[in-house]
Design a protein around this ligand. Structure first.
Ligand SMILES: [Zn+2]
Length: 615
């Protein structure tokens, strides 16, 4: 289903199922408590009353369809003089910036619109941008507001209440009458900027922080006569304590001065904001972000068809492909062959190596996965705890699914290293992994240039590469290249094979595609070499539909078995392994390692980790 379709269906569902959708769509209003169920025939003293989970009110998965810049201004002055500071903006500069936004086709949206977008996924118009002003300057009213009014651009003013009406300094502040007038005219949202504008909230004792936050809110609400739910931290400075206090005192959304699109913010109470001198820069960053990583939430109904094998050329690349079945993921505490993973899963009929792992050295034993993961044996999401790695994982695709649906979304390290947003988005999801790069989106292969921010050192190396994909009808596609290719060529081939969306799996020596007991693609171009043992695999369960094509049948007959019986040649007691077999119980890691390192033929890619840990 295309994104547009997802939205369309979402809208329709919203009309039909207002209650259910408000629960799923992380609405700010908690859903009504469902009526208590009819007591069962068997008497129970205190039948449990089902309680709806609390509504998710943080930055939600659905908001990842956009990248919105939030701009921060301070005073807007007639002209620069003795008392002006570098972050002042002259009326002329401000007018130029607004004209520039007009020429860019910008749609300036309000804080309420931004909040609904971030927490409920409400779509915003194209080229949405938010304008905010700090410190309640009279210069806003005199110089900026007339321009904003003419353009009908909404904005926000963050007010430090102790200074309202202060006309003494070079930068006089608006008084309550002016603020009230702005509030009544509705184009400006009045927000809180604390009472006394402490230089650094983190340095204040808890009770003083609380007083600054709740005091300003109360005073503003008293003067405006309605709730004031938005806050900007003075100088953007805060920590977890300040953020939690802001939440506790009733703020729904708060702003820092960290650069970046709003959707990439680490919390709804820590929304990114960029100073106006970087307007054109952040505008471009947001547009680039959409190009480099699809700002999209691709979602499909799973459609488990019979499991079929294909070997054919797609887009000039020979691929081994397994289509159909129901996918499951598995994370093992020791590295093992894909064949072993398949054998361990009841009903497993095919599979492929999974995602990237932290230490991909051939002789490494580490099984830590890169990015958060959740497998059916995990009780909850396993976060990636490597703080230094997380920023490099931004916008890489997260694949998640449950019994009925599957989705791909760009990863945001601040909000998605926990299960909450995923539960709010797909309450029955059971598995999730972070892939190396989103290589096909909306049926279109992504180019080298588009994937560049996600490239590891070996992104363009020729190697056998693996992908996980899904077709428009919701059929799973596991693919691996029999030719050695770079990532862009794999993307072209995957799209030619009919996938709507596809992501890059660990590749090179890890590549291993198995079907019905046979290894159909291994990480080596020469026969007789085992793929690298891996800690993660995707296994398909379902009904096998045997191949009928003569060429596929011949390849299948010729292929090595994925498991070697104990004692047979290739087992730990026999000569060199002829397959991806890697006996888990014996942990003969060094066995595979030795063969892989020493027997690598000239056309086999170097054993560099094809890993996003070093993008
Ligand atoms: Zn300020």
């Amino acid at each position: 289903m295309s994104l547009t379709n997802v939205r369309r269906v979402g809208k329709l569902a919203g009309i039909l199922l207002g209650f259910a959708v408000s629960t799923l769509a992380c609405s700010e209003t908690p859903p009504p408590t469902p009526p208590a169920p009819t007591p069962p025939a068997v008497s129970i003293a205190n039948p449990p009353i089902p309680v709806a989970p609390p509504a998710y009110d943080n930055i939600c998965i659905q908001s990842q369809t956009d990248r919105v810049p939030v701009i921060m201004y301070h005073d807007v002055i007639a002209k620069r003089g003795k008392g002006s500071v570098w972050f002042d903006c002259t009326t002329e500069e401000f007018a130029q910036q607004m004209n520039w936004l007009v020429t860019q086709g910008a749609h300036v949206v309000s804080l309420d619109d931004l909040y609904k977008h971030l927490t409920s996924g409400d779509p915003l118009p194209d080229n949405a941008v938010v304008l905010t002003f700090d410190d309640n300057y009279q210069g806003f009213y005199d110089n900026a507001y007339p321009i904003l009014k003419r353009l009908n651009y909404p904005s926000a003013m963050f007010v430090h209440t102790n200074f309202v009406g202060d006309k003494k300094s070079d930068h006089p502040k608006m008084d309550w009458d002016t603020l009230k007038k702005l509030d009544v005219e509705k184009l400006v949202t009045i927000g809180s900027h604390t009472q006394s504008h402490p230089d650094d909230m983190r340095k204040l004792p808890l009770d003083e922080q609380e007083k600054e936050l709740s005091g300003a809110k109360e005073i503003l609400e008293r003067h405006m006569g309605h709730p004031v739910p938005y806050l900007a931290y003075p100088n953007g400075r805060q920590d977890n304590t300040t953020r939690d206090l802001a939440r506790k005192t009733g703020y729904k959304m708060a702003f820092t001065i960290d650069n970046g699109p709003a959707e990439a913010s680490p919390d709804i109470l820590l929304v990114n904001r960029t100073i106006q001198t970087r307007l054109e820069k952040v505008w471009k960053e947001c547009h680039d972000a959409k190009m480099y990583a699809p700002a999209a939430v691709a979602q499909f109904d799973l459609n488990p068809t019979p499991v079929k094998l294909e070997i054919a050329e797609f887009g000039g690349v020979r691929l081994g492909i397994v289509r159909g079945g129901s996918p499951t993921t598995h994370h093992s505490l020791v590295r093992q062959s894909v064949g072993q993973f398949i054998t361990d899963v009841p009903g497993g009929v095919a599979g492929i190596n999974g995602t990237f792992f932290a230490d991909a050295r051939i002789n490494g034993a580490d099984t830590t996965l890169i990015g958060p993961s959740q497998n059916p044996t995990d009780t909850t999401l396993v976060p990636d705890l490597a703080e230094d790695r997380l920023p490099r994982l931004i916008n890489r695709p997260i694949v998640l699914w449950g019994p009925k649906k599957i989705a791909i979304v760009p990863f945001q390290p601040g909000t998605m290293n926990s299960p909450d947003p995923f539960k709010a988005f797909m309450p029955d999801y059971t598995e999730l992994f972070l892939a190396g790069a989103w290589i096909v989106h909306a049926g279109v292969p992504r180019t080298t240039e588009e994937m560049e921010p996600f490239s590891a050192g070996d992104f363009s190396d020729p190697r056998r590469r693996a992908f996980f994909g899904i077709t428009e009808s919701g059929e799973i596609v596991l693919g691996a290249s029999l030719d050695v290719v770079d990532t862009a060529k794999l993307a072209t081939a995957a799209a030619a094979a009919g996938v709507k969306e596809a992501v890059l799996l660990d590749s090179g020596f890890s590549t291993s595609l198995c079907y019905n007991g046979k290894v159909m693609v291994s990480g080596h171009t020469s026969a007789g070499l085992a793929s690298r043992a891996v800690p993660h695999a995707i296994v398909l369960t379902g009904t096998l539909e045997p191949p009928t094509d003569a060429e596929v049948l011949a390849a299948f007959d010729k292929a090595d078995g994925m498991i070697i019986p104990p004692g047979a040649p290739g087992s730990e007691t026999g000569p060199a392994p002829a397959t991806t077999h890697h006996r888990r119980k014996k942990r003969k890691r060094t066995h595979t390692t030795k063969k892989s390192n020493t027997d690598a033929p000239a056309d086999t890619p170097a054993p560099a980790p094809d890993s996003p840990s070093n993008p």
